[in-house]
Design a protein around this ligand. Structure first.
Ligand code: ATP
Length: 506
């Protein structure tokens, strides 16, 4: 069994070797936490985006799309609170010169205690066998009670500190917990400072006339400021949603986990506008609907879990994350937030424009409440990739690496392979390719032995390979080989389209 760190390294090098993800500006030694998607990566990414878009927009008659600009009026970020409060507390270790998010250091400390509890429970479960009562064990075992108390006390202090924005107390907490730098192993820390995560730039050609703009750190605000435009022109009735995908930018303090935390990334967000008082009902609805979306991709349910926020942001009255088990542990993949009327209210105040909706059923006007679902496209890409990457030992003792991607997301749906480069086989294969490529992303390949071509398509996750041989010329059938089972069967050319379609539908 390989350890998770090695496994993660394998995924990142596979992503590079097979044209999924490249370091940005690689020939200039790279740009930290910025990545480019290669020929296969861009297909996978487009397919994830489209799978999301279909589920949110196409399947919901009351949700429509939007594509707002990245540049927005700077006051928007004042109103949203990002100018004053989109900060992360940072701290440097003087020996390793590494920078950390102070809250993450404390959260990692808590996670370590949680791991200890899990280990104790696993040990006891083994010892007691069928008679094991986990809840009783957890509530009575002295060691676990102590661990739980430690966690509670640490969380209480952390949340208090974050609430008060007390940076001196933050450093004290890190010192009291004796947290060491994972690299240098020392406790030689700087003070904790706040760091705003927004990138800024200038708009205007002359220095005097230029105004400072921000690159949006989330796509949501573009939806809020357009909500009445969409509502009126689309004659939308509450409840309704607006969905948007697009780039967002954050000057992350620590960005060391490949495409998990990037400085330029893409979000897929949906804001659902509801009657005040009904937001918690819709919050529960969207929590469940989003989890169903994830599970519809066939990834095992035990790789997902909810994390309900104990400490809520000032604008939220409920919040939960959908966490995924990445190779480096369970981490946030998507957030579902009940944002009240905070954003619309703030834009009404700062812009002086009414943000109210007239509800014809109630015959009254109000500022709608908003429930948001927000997922990082790149994080979803990493989740899909890490779940799909599989190393298999074959019966003939050779090994293969196969990406077991859901067919609907695979870069290519089928590879079309003439067995040989002669006897009219390439021409026949081209004919099939020209027909199938009208509806599906397909790949034609005639170079190398057939086994080698199969392996290459295993490695990029192509669900089926279609081989054209001499028999094809006689009876209009081909061999199809299944990526996961490697089983082969003969099918008629005329059935290929419906077969691929079935595969994608799952
Ligand atoms: P984190 O706690 O990991 O920094 P967050 O709570 O700040 O995330 P949100 O502001 O809720 O994240 O953003 C919504 C989603 O956008 C996240 O669930 C994540 O999938 C994605 N996301 C946020 N920051 C990044 C980033 N730097 N790189 C890639 N994806 C990101």
């Amino acid at each position: 069994m390989i350890n998770q760190e090695d496994f993660f390294k394998k995924i990142t090098s596979h992503a590079k070797e097979y044209g999924f993800v490249f370091q940005s500006s690689e020939v200039y030694e790279g740009l930290s936490a910025v990545y480019d998607y290669g020929q296969n990566g861009v297909e996978l990414k487009n397919n994830i985006r489209s799978y999301w878009w279909k589920a949110m927009v196409q399947f919901h008659e009351n949700i429509v799309g939007l594509d707002s600009a990245i540049f927005m009026h700077p006051t928007i970020w004042k109103a949203s609170g990002h100018v004053d409060a989109f900060n992360d507390p940072m701290i440097d270790n003087k020996d390793s010169k590494k920078r950390y998010r102070a809250d993450v250091l404390v959260e990692d400390y808590i996670a370590k205690i949680e791991d200890k509890i899990t280990k104790e429970v696993e040990k006891a479960a083994k010892r007691f066998g069928d008679t094991f009562d986990e809840s009783q064990f957890v509530s009575t075992n002295a060691r676990i009670i102590e661990y739980t108390q430690q966690i509670e006390a640490t969380k209480k202090r952390l949340y208090g500190i974050m609430e008060q924005n007390d940076l001196v107390a933050f450093k004290q907490l890190i010192e009291d917990l004796a947290i060491v730098c994972p690299l240098s192993g020392t406790r030689n820390w700087t003070d904790v400072r706040q760091f705003n995560l927004m990138f800024s730039t200038q708009m205007g050609s002359t220095a005097e006339g230029a105004s400072e703009l921000f690159l949006r750190p989330e796509t949501a605000q573009g939806i809020f400021v357009n909500y009445l435009n969409v509502q009126k022109t689309g004659r939308m009735k509450i409840p309704f949603g607006i969905a948007q995908t697009g780039k967002a930018f954050r000057n992350e303090i620590v960005a060391r986990q490949f495409i998990f935390r990037m400085r330029e990334f893409e979000q897929m967000e949906m804001q659902y506008f509801v009657r005040p008082g009904e937001e918690l009902k819709w919050f529960e609805y969207w929590k469940e609907a989003r989890m169903k979306w994830h599970l519809s991709l066939g990834i095992p349910a035990n790789k997902y879990r909810f994390h309900n926020h104990e400490k809520l942001a000032h604008y939220a009255n409920a919040a939960a994350d959908i966490e995924f088990q990445f190779p480096f542990g369970f981490k946030e993949l998507e957030g579902i937030h009940s944002r009240t009327d905070f954003d619309l209210g703030a834009h009404q105040k700062f812009s002086g424009k009414k943000m109210q909706y007239f509800d014809p059923e109630l015959n009254e006007s109000y500022t709608p409440f908003v429930v948001e679902t927000s997922i990082g496209l790149d994080r979803m890409f990493l989740a899909i990739l890490s779940n799909a990457y599989t190393e298999e030992q074959l019966e003939d003792v050779s090994e293969r690496v196969v990406l077991k991607l859901p067919a609907v997301l695979a870069p290519y749906k089928a590879a079309i392979l003439p067995l040989m480069k002669k006897d009219g086989l390439p021409e026949k294969a081209r004919e099939i390719m020209d027909e199938l490529k009208l509806n599906f992303m397909c790949h034609y390949e005639e170079k190398d032995a057939i086994g080698k071509r199969y392996r290459r398509h295993d490695a990029i996750g192509t669900p089926i390979c279609i081989t054209v041989d001499h028999q094809t010329l006689e009876d209009q059938t081909v061999t199809i080989r299944d990526r996961d089972t490697m089983l082969q069967e003969r099918v008629a050319i005329e059935n290929l389209s419906s077969l691929i379609f079935k595969k994608i539908k799952g």
